[in-house]
Design a protein around this ligand. Structure first.
Ligand code: NAP
Ligand code: F7E
Length: 363
C-alpha cells in the first residue's frame, strides 16, 4: 500500500486526485492552510475516511514542509498547491513567485533533506501557460516556451527546477504540462465557471448580466476528473518524463458562452465587436453578456491548443474516450442550475419563515 502527499488538496484538482488515490487504496495525506473561513468544501466528504489525513503546511514555509515530509514519508508527492489565477498574478507577482516558483524548490529540497530522494516520486503541476505567446500551434512537449504572465514565469521556474533535480540528483521528478481543465468544482472566478454560474443565475432570474473580458481567447478545455488520472499515470511510468495533457480540441470563450447558455435554456446571439460586443438573448432581445475591459489582462494568452500524442502513446490515455467539450459544459451548467435552484429554495423558505414569524403564524 502506497502513501501519497498532495499539496493543494483543497483545490479543484486536489479534491479529485484525493478521491482517485483513495479508490486505489492509497493512504492519502494533504496539506491545508489555516483560514478564518471554511474553505474545505471540496474535500468535506472525505474527512473521516480512515485513509485520509490533513496537515497544516504552506509552500512559503520550509519548516512546515520539512515537518510534514518527515512525518508522512510519502512514496509519491503531488505538488498541486499554487496561486493559480493568472489575472491575480499581475496584482500579486511576488507572492505568486514565492509559492509557484520557490515553493517547488522548497518541496524538492525538503524531499532530499528528509532522505527521501531515492524512494519518493514527485509530480509537479505544470501548465500550458508556459507556451504563453505561442510559438507554434498546436503545442507539444517540444514547443518552445514563451511565458506571458507573472504566473507563467513562476511556473517556468518550477518546470526547470524539477528537471534540474531529476538530472542532478537522479530523482523521479516529472512535470505534467496540463492544458485548462474545468469542472463543477472549478473556482468561480475562472472564465468557464463564471459563465456556467451566470448562465444558471440569469436563466433563473437571479442575475441580469454577465461581464467578461476577451471573448475571442482560445483554449483547449478538458475535464479535471479525467486529467488527475494522468497525474497518477505519469508517476507510474518506468522512467521520469514530462507530458502534455490536453484534449486536442480548441474553443473560444464566446463559444463556451453559446453552449453554456443553450444548456441553461437561453439561445444567444453575439453582435458588435471588441469592447462593444454583446451577447443577446434571442427570445427576449435582452443583453445578457457585455464586455468589460476590467477583465482584460496586461498580456493575454489567446491561442492554446494541446497535442496529447505522447500521453496517448506512452500513458495509454486517450482524450477522445473521455469527457467531450459539450459534456463538460453540460455537466458544469447542470450542477450550477441545481446549486442556484437550492439557493432560491432556501431563500424562499427564509422569506416565508420571516413572514410567518411576523404574522405570529409560527412562534
Ligand atoms: P486551485 O483550485 O486554485 O487550488 C490551488 C490549491 O493550492 C488550493 O488548495 C490552495 O489552498 C493551495 N495553495 C495556494 N497557495 C498555497 C500556499 N502558499 N501553500 C500551500 N497551499 C497553497 O487550482 P487547481 O485548478 O486545482 O490547479 C491545481 C494546480 O494545477 C495548480 O498548481 C495550478 O497552477 C495547476 N494547473 C491548473 C490548471 C487548470 O486548468 N486547473 C492547468 C494547469 C496547471 P487554499 O484552498 O488554502 O487556497
Ligand atoms: O482564463 C479569458 C482570459 O482565468 C481563460 C488556470 O487554471 O488555466 C487557467 O488559467 C481565458 C483568458 O484561465 C474573462 O483572458 C475572458 O484568455 O479561465 P481563465 P487561464 O488564464 O487560462 C491555466 C492552464 C492555468 O495553469 C491556470 O492555473 O479567458 N477571459 N473573460 C476571462 N478570464 C477570466 N478569469 N474572467 C473573465 O471574465
Amino acid at each position: 500500500m502506497k502513501t501519497a502527499l498532495i499539496t493543494g488538496i483543497t483545490g479543484q484538482d486536489g479534491s479529485f486526485l484525493a478521491e482517485l488515490l483513495l479508490e486505489k487504496g492509497y493512504d492519502v495525506h494533504g496539506t491545508i492552510r489555516r483560514s478564518s473561513v471554511d474553505y474545505r468544501e471540496r474535500i468535506a466528504h472525505l474527512e473521516g475516511h480512515p485513509k485520509f489525513h490533513l496537515h497544516y503546511a504552506d509552500l512559503g514555509d520550509s519548516m512546515s514542509i520539512i515537518q510534514v515530509l518527515n512525518k508522512v514519508k510519502p512514496d509519491e508527492v503531488y505538488n498541486l498547491a499554487a496561486q493559480s489565477h493568472v489575472q491575480v498574478s499581475f496584482d500579486s507577482p511576488e507572492f505568486t513567485a514565492d509559492v509557484d516558483a520557490t515553493g517547488v524548490l522548497r518541496l524538492l529540497e525538503g524531499i532530499r533533506q528528509c532522505g527521501l530522494a531515492e524512494t519518493c516520486r514527485f509530480y509537479q503541476a505544470s501548465t500550458s501557460e508556459l507556451y504563453g505567446k505561442v510559438e507554434e500551434v498546436p503545442q507539444n512537449e517540444k514547443t518552445p516556451f514563451h511565458p506571458y504572465s507573472p504566473y507563467a514565469v513562476a511556473k517556468l521556474y518550477g518546470f526547470w527546477i524539477v528537471k534540474e533535480y531529476r538530472e542532478a540528483y537522479n530523482m523521479f521528478a516529472c512535470s505534467g504540462i496540463l492544458f485548462n481543465h474545468e469542472s463543477e468544482r472549478r473556482g468561480e472566478t475562472f472564465v468557464t465557471r463564471k459563465i456556467t454560474l451566470a448562465a444558471a443565475r440569469i436563466a433563473q432570474g437571479k442575475q441580469k448580466k454577465l461581464l467578461l473580458g476577451n471573448l475571442s481567447s482560445l483554449r483547449d478545455w478538458g475535464y479535471a476528473k479525467d486529467y488527475v488520472e494522468c497525474m497518477w499515470l505519469i508517476l507510474q511510468q518506468p522512467k521520469p518524463e514530462d507530458f502534455v495533457i490536453a484534449t486536442g480540441e480548441q474553443h473560444s470563450v464566446r463559444e463556451f458562452c453559446l453552449y453554456a447558455f443553450r444548456r441553461a435554456g437561453i439561445e444567444l446571439e453575439f453582435v458588435g465587436e471588441d469592447e462593444n460586443e454583446k451577447g443577446i438573448d434571442k427570445a427576449t432581445g435582452k443583453v445578457v453578456i457585455e464586455v468589460s475591459p476590467d477583465f482584460y489582462r496586461p498580456t493575454d494568452v489567446v491561442n492554446l491548443w494541446g497535442d496529447p500524442t505522447k500521453a496517448k502513446e506512452k500513458l495509454g490515455w486517450d482524450p477522445t474516450k473521455k469527457t467531450s467539450f459539450e459534456q463538460l459544459v453540460n455537466l458544469m451548467v447542470d450542477a450550477d442550475m441545481a446549486k442556484v435552484a437550492v439557493e432560491r429554495a432556501s431563500e424562499a423558505v427564509r422569506t416565508n419563515l420571516a413572514e410567518y414569524l411576523e404574522k405570529g403564524i409560527v412562534k
